[in-house]
Design a binder for this molecule. Sequence first.
Ligand code: ADP
Ligand code: BMX
Ligand code: ZN
Length: 302
Amino acid sequence: MGKVLALDIGGTKIAAAVVTESGMLVGRQQIATPHGGAAQLAIALETLIAPYRHLVDFIAVASTGIINGGRLTALNPANLGGLADFPLQDCIQSITDLPCVLLNDGQAAAWAEYQALSRDGNNEISVNNIISVKNMMFVTVSTGVGGGIVLDKKLLVGHHGLAGHIGHTLADPHGLLCGCGRRGCVESVASGTAIGAETLGWKQPVAAAKVFELAQLGNIHAENIINRSATAIAQMLADMKMALDLEIVILGGSVGLAAGYLERVIGAQNILPEIYRVPVQAAHHQQDSGLLGAALWARSSL
Ligand code: ADP
Ligand code: BMX
Ligand code: ZN
């Protein structure tokens, strides 16, 4: 089916790469996600897509937001600088008339990570390269908290594209208002944005990466902020295991992949009764799960 240009639009960064038929990423580029409205996002997409449009056969997009009917609707518009709605398909088709397939970023990453389970060499998960796992979930802890669910070996997209939006399940009924309008969502406690926001009362507020650095240096406030995030994720995983009989969870996103975060999630799981625990491991494809998943999904749907 030829070459695909895959894009991964997150709240913080937009990545693009050509994905070959054998699943190799070539010419990976990354820019900061503009937070200045629809026109700026359109320019950013044009900048990334234009150099590749004559080199590929189709476009595959993994994007933050609810992806439905060719539009991106933000559940939490704050993650995109207040942008609530964007005609993603039309915008891309105004740059190129190549076939284009869109998927939510968490859903796309889940699809790539599900396929990767057969290659991880874990005998309980795969025998002779055939995946024995039926129910898995991918969680990204990043600008927001997103996810994707594979149930009975099938990716759940949902009739409205909403399936897997586990960042908007409840962490704390008395917590802060989430950008989606509900109080105390997992995203408003655990995301990289939430981790940074916890430092707003500090003399020098810092972003999530710095909170991790400070925790590593023994700063107890930083440690508490990260533990609160990891605990909210562990509790959400427990709820999702009870709902879906999950066999494994894969963790991604810059916070999810940050040093020590996975261990903290596992630590918070270990306080729970055994039935609520589910094996969690870091994304096989690290930061590229969304790009690869979008490409895989597009190949199978075109
Ligand atoms: P996106 O949301 O665009 O997919 P990321 O997965 O990079 O992007 O997540 C962005 C969030 O992760 C931001 O809140 C940022 O502050 C935080 N972040 C970026 N780098 C790190 C790091 N090294 N350690 C912890 N948090 C990080
Ligand atoms: C938010 C939501 C999800 C997305 C998740 C992770 C918006 C704009 N996005 O919960 O659709 O999957 O963030 O997105 O409402 P990321 O930007 O952190 O990768
Ligand atoms: Zn919410």
